[in-house]
Design a protein around this ligand. Structure first.
Ligand code: HEM
Length: 308
């Protein structure tokens, strides 16, 4: 397997999600390709300035940009984010050619990196989304539940997130899905703690798992547990809270890395359509998805070789 990007980096105090589209014309595409290929050098410019902390950036390329940008065949499962229309809630599909997922111990490094990156791109791209998230107390999301607990660790982490021999040309790569959610905190806070816990599937104060419902309405945790004859299929989530209190905007930026794209897609289907339908994930009654894009993060060498 060729060396992956920093898919397994830990949750940090700050993270940015920068989504770009490549402008039309051969010149813009050529320029974008050069900047994409120079990711290692751009990262070095920042990393040398970081004392002991963490600074990582993963770069994803969407189905739309893959062939014109890379001039290589598509990774086996890469396709555009499919809109999912449930009886009450929709997982919208939005535009995006490139994703830069930056993780750092402080926002200054995130801003510095984005600045030099966007200067390098010049007129070749348009930023369609740029959100910087922060670590909320005890690793909680803005619904005030600890978020990220069930993430795979140890050897399960690469097994859940990195493509293997099923697609040898792209072994070491990872599928990544992003969705920006905006919360209705007033309505959420109007619910009792017990109701909130039933919706999430864990206790609020001490983060203990509640038993799975065997029938009827399932919790978020249960709907996102994907099991088949091979066992449980995990993904790696690096969700970050973000907020602009003055505008009343409070949200969760969902990001999920997986070895198999279908696993994340299945979770979304169970959340939005429900299992059984129409019993959708009640987290959606308080959280509206306003974006949805799928990318593939190829191994490092693949990106660097694009310069040739
Ligand atoms: C579990 C929050 C969206 C997949 C959880 C937990 C919380 C949470 C608090 C329980 C603790 C944990 O294990 O992390 C949220 C919020 C979301 C969101 C606030 C957006 C509003 C999603 C989406 C997916 C997803 C879109 C997948 C497509 C999962 C998975 C688990 C989980 C796989 C662990 C299930 C298990 O226990 O095995 N989420 N989540 N989440 N969530 Fe989400």
């Amino acid at each position: 397997m060729t060396e992956p990007q920093d898919i397994d980096a830990p949750l940090t105090a700050a993270a940015a999600f920068l989504v770009l589209t490549i402008n039309s014309g051969d010149e813009a595409m050529d320029q974008a390709r050069l900047v994409v290929a120079s990711i290692e050098d751009l990262l070095k410019d920042i990393k040398i300035q970081v004392n002991t902390g963490i600074f990582t950036c993963n770069l994803g390329i969407s189905h739309h940009a893959w062939e014109p940008l890379t001039r290589k065949p598509l990774p086996k499962e890469l396709k555009p984010f499919q809109e999912i229309r449930g009886a009450q809630h929709t997982a919208v599909a939005t535009e995006g050619d490139l994703l830069y997922h930056v993780r750092a111990d402080s926002v200054d490094l995130v801003v510095e990196f984005e600045k030099i990156l966007l200067e390098a791109f010049g007129d070749s791209v348009t930023a369609v989304d740029d959100v910087t998230g922060f670590r909320y107390y005890n690793g909680r999301d803005l619904l005030e539940f600890v978020d990220g607990t069930a993430n795979p660790i140890g050897l399960s982490l690469p097994a859940a997130t990195l493509v293997g021999e099923e697609d040898p040309a792209y072994a070491g790569g990872s599928y990544v899905v992003i969705q920006k959610y905006l919360h209705d905190l007033k309505d959420w806070r109007a619910q009792t703690t017990e109701t909130q816990e039933q919706i999430i599937g864990r206790t609020k104060f001490d983060n203990i798992e509640l038993p799975d419902a065997t029938e009827g309405q399932k919790s978020h945790k249960t709907l996102c547990t994907i099991e088949d004859a091979e066992g449980e299929h995990d993904i790696l989530r690096d969700n970050m809270p973000f907020a602009t209190p003055g505008k009343g905007e409070y949200g969760t930026y969902f990001i999920g890395y997986s070895r198999h794209l279908w696993v994340t897609e299945k979770m979304l289907e169970r959340m939005f359509i429900g299992d059984p339908p129409p019993l959708h994930d009640r987290i959606l009654d308080y959280s509206r998805a306003v974006t949805g894009v799928t990318f593939f993060c190829p191994p490092r060498k693949f990106l660097v070789d694009l310069a040739d």
